[in-house]
Design a protein around this ligand. Sequence first.
Ligand SMILES: *[C@@H]1O[C@H](CO)[C@@H](O)[C@H](O)[C@H]1NC(C)=O
Ligand SMILES: *[C@@H]1O[C@H](CO)[C@@H](O)[C@H](O)[C@H]1NC(C)=O
Ligand SMILES: *[C@@H]1O[C@H](CO)[C@@H](O)[C@H](O)[C@H]1NC(C)=O
Ligand SMILES: *[C@@H]1O[C@H](CO)[C@@H](O)[C@H](O)[C@H]1NC(C)=O
Ligand SMILES: *[C@@H]1O[C@H](CO)[C@@H](O)[C@H](O)[C@H]1NC(C)=O
Length: 487
Amino acid sequence: MSPLITHLIPIILLLIHPHPTTADQSFISVLITQNGLDFAKNLLLTKAISKINLTPLSKIDSVVNIPLIGKVHVVLSDIKINRFDVGLSQVIPRATSIIIDGSDVTCDLGMKWHYSYGSSRIPISVSDTGTAAIRVDGMEMVVTLGLDIQEGSMKLSKIKCNCHIHDITVDLDGGASWLYQGILDAFKEEIVLAVEKAITKILSTEISKLGLLLQSLPKEIPVDHVASLNVTFVNSPFLNDRSLGFEINGLFVENRNETYSYANSLQPPVHCSDPSKMIGIALDEAVFRSAFALYYNAMFMHWIVDKIPQQSLLNTSGWRFIVPELYKKFPNENMNLNLSLSDAPDVQISLQQIDAAVYADLVINVLHRSDTIPVACISLVITGMSTVQITENNLSAHLKMDDLTMSLKWSKIGPLHMFLIQPVMWTIIETVFLPYVNARIGVGFPLPIVSGFMLQNAEIITSDSRITVCSDVTDEELVDRTQVYTS
Ligand SMILES: *[C@@H]1O[C@H](CO)[C@@H](O)[C@H](O)[C@H]1NC(C)=O
Ligand SMILES: *[C@@H]1O[C@H](CO)[C@@H](O)[C@H](O)[C@H]1NC(C)=O
Ligand SMILES: *[C@@H]1O[C@H](CO)[C@@H](O)[C@H](O)[C@H]1NC(C)=O
Ligand SMILES: *[C@@H]1O[C@H](CO)[C@@H](O)[C@H](O)[C@H]1NC(C)=O
Ligand SMILES: *[C@@H]1O[C@H](CO)[C@@H](O)[C@H](O)[C@H]1NC(C)=O
């Protein structure tokens, strides 16, 4: 299969069996708008037409009775569709199916003809060969597809696939005029049937390939060595006027076997403010919480700070006047800071704003000869605002600190005056911690778009507890890879 059709699938999800079931939890919803369905339909048709063109049809071989001549053995061979055009096509989502409809279809065929006859009246055997051009006008194609979710996979079924030809014209190159009329009379029906059958077969084959592909879509998209995004389909697809929507689990899962679950009620389908966008992907804030919880549990987010812009602060002499007790106990010793997250970061999405809170413990260590001596621990709550953007198919973020609250957890060097330490901590968080965090979340994670397709002109909408990405989709080769869209 070409990359085109192979990857066409996520957007081509065609059709709906609305049967009420107990709803599974879903944290990412995807909506394919009429424009998205049109895009998918055009890809499918382009693919099918490239297969239809130059497809050899089976030869037609028959004995016909021609007036005055008698029984003539005629063979039509090398029948090929040379050109196939769909004048008008549309994709129509219905309550229980999706219909792809093509009308004003025209096509040109070429073939070879051969005849031979001999009878008692004409004792010599006569034969001739030549070519012919056939033009098909006013063909119609209707494909009806069903779509359902079964065991977390998309199941595409062909409900109906019909192709109907109104009329053909035949143009013989050479041959006798009786032959022309004879072929028209005797073979028109057979030629029509052969073309209809060939096109129906190609469409059916393309649909089953698509079905197989849909069914083999992965249930997890790897993000990195720690986590994957669970893209198992849940519940039934839903039909929304002129669009198709479906739900996926959408939570981050550890590459090991643990799972996380969040209580959440199902929300209405994706809402894009610009109805011309092809797809909308809505991500519940639980998606981000699951990511943070997972990385937090994977011990991913803690480290030792031993280099900071104001390196003098990693020597007790630098704290001489801020924490005199420290300098008194450990004069002129090197220090390091052990910063570790004390809880999973929290994220709250509201209208126009994404608030994040990061909880950390900072242990101050004095390095005395070869010993590391923890002398105090400060609890930090870093709150800030995040912006999100789309880079290629990734949703990435950038965190900016708004506030830093600190409290002393324990100390071996007496009370610390937080207001004196605060500016120092602020600098450390801003110059050491945030760049680290932003380096990771700035890479982002891939949205559930099948590879080979790229988001284009993406728009990000934050609303109560969800982020919605509304976008067009394009074939990867066509896109300028540097495009970045910001919320
Ligand atoms: C994950 O689960 C499978 C089957 O339950 C098991 O065979 C495999 O060892 C598990 N992997 C890890 C890393 O725990
Ligand atoms: C992925 O989501 C499906 C559907 O919600 C669920 O059944 C499955 O357990 C999830 N997988 C993991 C690894 O959590
Ligand atoms: C700490 O700073 C003091 C004063 O600048 C310096 O004399 C001392 O060598 C430093 N200690 C270490 C271990 O670098
Ligand atoms: C850093 O602190 C954490 C907990 O606060 C602790 O588990 C870890 O061992 C410390 N690491 C070092 C190198 O001191
Ligand atoms: C998208 O995210 C994945 C996983 O974090 C990363 O490996 C990849 O480099 C990212 N792609 C871009 C273009 O940033």
